[in-house]
Design a protein around this ligand. Structure first.
Ligand code: 2AM
Ligand code: CA
Ligand code: CA
Ligand code: CA
Length: 280
């Protein structure tokens, strides 16, 4: 089956193949990674498995598409400024692969089974393919621009809730405990009393995929990077949902403060966060 997928050489097939291969390998390393390093701060972790996953994906992508550009989290210096600069320096390329080799590294390190491989392909700054793969549940979420979104071959659509009151909302607790976390907590304080309940799984990309699949009504988080959101943004758009920044402006690759939802609750959701001054 792999040979057939590689043979077809389509963007989507390569994205799926990369995510599946990396995900299967990551799963074998759960509970027995060898090296834990600290990046920007004591809460910002990386293992040799993050780096190995990125290397595997990068090699496969560039073997098939040697003229494409590649942006992976572990190829970028730690910290928000370097992340923004890395994206900007690569945006001029026609085809840009944007990859998070493990989204949810803290979970991976602790054996909490909620992490994914996230792979997006952007054409002239717009995401055209998005794949999020959860190796623990063997769930592959796929979207192609204009062609819908699928989980393991089944068409996805967002949930139907039309008020925050009936919504299940996810957020993250940012690793940046100086700036992003306090802002996110303000949002939490405003939103939590207005919704059915809050969840926080520790993988932004998987939260995005769950919004697309209708398992969550919405998700917001402060201080994310392009590789956390690129694939998930297309999943949600192609499932009928809405992705914006915290001011309600349409999603683009530079968005760091994301608000994503089924669309029906979006204005109320953005309004609740805004009232909490949870915006940067
Ligand atoms: P990661 O596991 O790929 O690092 C959870 O709140 C989300 O924040 C995850 O998607 C996680 O991605 C991301 N994250 C972790 N550390 C971060 C940091 N230092 N800066 C920005 N995002 C981070
Ligand atoms: Ca990380
Ligand atoms: Ca990430
Ligand atoms: Ca990561």
């Amino acid at each position: 089956q792999d040979a057939a997928i590689i043979g077809s050489k389509s963007f989507t097939a390569v994205a799926i193949n990369c995510a599946a291969k990396a995900g299967e390998w990551i799963k074998t390393k759960l509970g027995n990674y060898e090296k834990l390093d600290i990046k920007y701060s004591s809460t910002d972790l990386v293992t040799e498995v993050d780096k190995g996953s990125e290397t595997l994906i990068k090699r496969l992508v560039l073997t098939h598409f040697p003229h494409h550009s590649f942006l992976g989290e572990e190829g970028v210096e730690p910290g928000p400024e370097a992340s923004v600069r890395a994206l900007e320096s690569k945006l001029e390329n026609e085809y840009l692969w944007i990859v998070d080799p493990i989204d949810g590294t803290t979970n991976f390190v602790h054996g909490f089974p909620f992490f994914v491989v996230s792979i997006a392909l952007a054409y002239r700054g717009e995401v055209i393919v998005g794949v999020v793969y959860d190796p623990m549940k063997d769930e592959l979420f796929l979207a192609e621009k204009g062609k819908g979104a699928y989980v393991h071959g089944k068409r996805m659509s967002v949930s139907g809730e039309d008020t925050l009151r009936t919504s299940l909302i996810a957020t993250g607790f940012p690793a940046d405990q100086q700036y992003a976390l306090p802002l996110n907590m303000k949002g939490l304080q405003a939103v939590a009393p207005q919704v059915r309940n809050i969840r926080s799984g520790g993988s932004a990309a998987l939260h995005m995929a769950y919004v697309a699949a209708g398992r969550l009504s919405g998700f917001w988080e402060i201080g994310l990077n392009s590789w956390d959101l690129a694939a998930g943004s297309l999943l949600i758009q192609e499932s009928g949902g809405t992705v914006t920044d915290s001011l309600g402006q349409p999603y683009h690759l530079g968005v760091r403060n994301v608000v994503a939802s089924n669309g029906k609750i979006h204005d109320e959701f953005v309004g609740a966060l805004d009232k909490a001054e949870a915006t940067l």
